[in-house]
Design a protein. Structure first.
Length: 146
């Protein structure tokens, strides 16, 4: 997590979030599916054999786990930032053990009902720069006192 406190006045349209590099390991996916509703059994998320039987090249990262990773981009940006909403669209399969890049861009800045709010586009890309997950985040940031 970044320790830099960000405030509404510090941020402008076009400001970037990240980039942040990430690799999702086999172990992380197994831990995730073990504690989620998926359970610990073999699936397209944990088994190459099952993934291939479903027409996939290799095991993939579960969609809900991808959303959690995308949310970490925002929540790790600053301790003063609050993620209000995140909508994601899956454009490609997210593989295990491959470099990913997460980044964002502020696309709107407004005060809505007295609350300072940002809209941000966020993406998860593979090492070739192909977007695998794209999203729109609504973020709340405080204003400076006085």
């Amino acid at each position: 997590m970044n320790d830099t406190e960000l405030y509404y006045e510090d941020l402008d349209l076009g400001d970037e979030i990240g980039p942040v590099g990430r690799v999702v390991t086999d172990e992380q996916v197994l831990e995730y599916v073990t504690i989620s509703r998926e359970g610990p059994g073999a699936s397209r998320f944990t088994s190459a054999e099952v993934a291939k039987s479903e027409g996939l090249p290799n095991p993939i990262v579960p969609g809900a786990m991808n959303i959690a990773i995308m949310s970490q981009l925002i929540t790790g940006w600053s301790p003063t930032v609050t993620l209000r909403k995140l909508d994601c669209v899956f454009r490609g399969l997210v593989p295990h053990n491959k470099p990913l890049t997460l980044k964002g861009l502020i696309t709107d800045k407004d005060i809505v009902d007295g609350t300072p709010r940002l809209e941000c586009d966020v993406t998860m890309e593979n090492e070739e720069g192909t977007p695998l997950v794209i999203g729109k985040a609504t973020v709340i940031v405080p204003m400076r006192e006085g």
